[in-house]
Design a protein around this ligand. Structure first.
Ligand SMILES: [Zn+2]
Ligand SMILES: [Zn+2]
Length: 184
C-alpha cells in the first residue's frame, strides 16, 4: 500500500502530469488514490514520469523514494528537483507551520490578525459554515500555539518534529525560530 515506483510493464499508461505515454521499461511513480467505487478494496494508481512527478507531485515522489527498493539511477537529480519544488506545495497534513503570505488570517487563540511574514501554525479544526460543520485550517501565532495545545504535549520535541515534517516551506532557521516561540 502507499505510493510506489516501478518499471512500466507496458507502454499504455499515460503520465497524469504531461499526458504523454510512459514508455515500457521506464520507471514511473504510482500515486495511490482512494477509489470510493472499488468494491475489491484494491488501491488504484495514477501514473507519472518520475521527472514530471518531481515538478508537480514532489511530496508524493519524496514519500515513494523513501520506501522504494527500486534502484533509481537519477535519484540525486530528482531529490534536488523535489527540494526546489517542495516550497510551492500546500502541506496536506496538520499541524504544519508557514510564514503567512497575507495579513488576512487571524489567530484562533488571541483573535488578533496574523501579520504577513509571521510564523503561523495551522491546525485542523471544525468550521461551522452556518448550515453544516466541516474541517478546515485554524491558524495560530506561533507564540499563541502553546496555550492552544493540550498541556501534556511535548511541544518542542514531538510536536515540533511533526510540524517540521508536515511543513513544506520552512527554512531551517524558521524551525529554530518556531522552537523558540513555541517554548514561549
Ligand atoms: Zn510526464
Ligand atoms: Zn495569537
Amino acid at each position: 500500500m502507499g505510493h510506489k515506483i516501478e518499471e512500466a510493464k507496458s507502454g499504455r499508461a499515460a503520465c497524469r502530469t504531461c499526458k504523454k505515454p510512459i514508455a515500457k521499461g521506464d520507471l514511473r511513480l504510482g500515486e495511490e488514490v482512494i477509489n470510493a467505487f472499488s468494491s475489491s478494496g484494491e488501491p488504484s494508481y495514477q501514473w507519472h514520469h518520475l521527472s514530471c512527478a518531481a515538478k508537480k507531485k514532489p511530496l508524493v515522489l519524496e514519500e515513494a523514494l523513501k520506501t522504494t527498493d527500486v534502484v533509481v539511477a537519477d535519484r540525486a537529480a530528482l531529490e534536488a528537483e523535489i527540494a526546489a519544488n517542495r516550497k510551492n506545495q500546500k502541506p496536506s497534513t496538520f499541524p504544519y507551520a508557514e510564514r503567512a503570505k497575507t495579513s488576512r488570517s487571524s489567530c484562533i487563540s488571541c483573535n488578533e490578525a496574523i501579520e504577513k511574514g509571521t510564523l503561523r501554525v495551522a491546525i485542523e479544526r471544525d468550521v461551522d459554515t452556518g448550515s453544516f460543520v466541516t474541517k478546515g485550517a485554524g491558524y495560530l501565532h506561533a507564540c499563541c500555539a502553546a496555550e492552544w495545545i493540550p498541556a501534556n504535549t511535548d511541544i518542542t520535541g514531538d510536536l515540533l518534529a511533526a510540524i517540521a515534517a508536515n511543513s513544506t516551506s520552512l527554512e531551517p532557521a524558521d524551525v529554530d525560530a518556531l522552537k523558540a516561540e513555541l517554548a514561549g
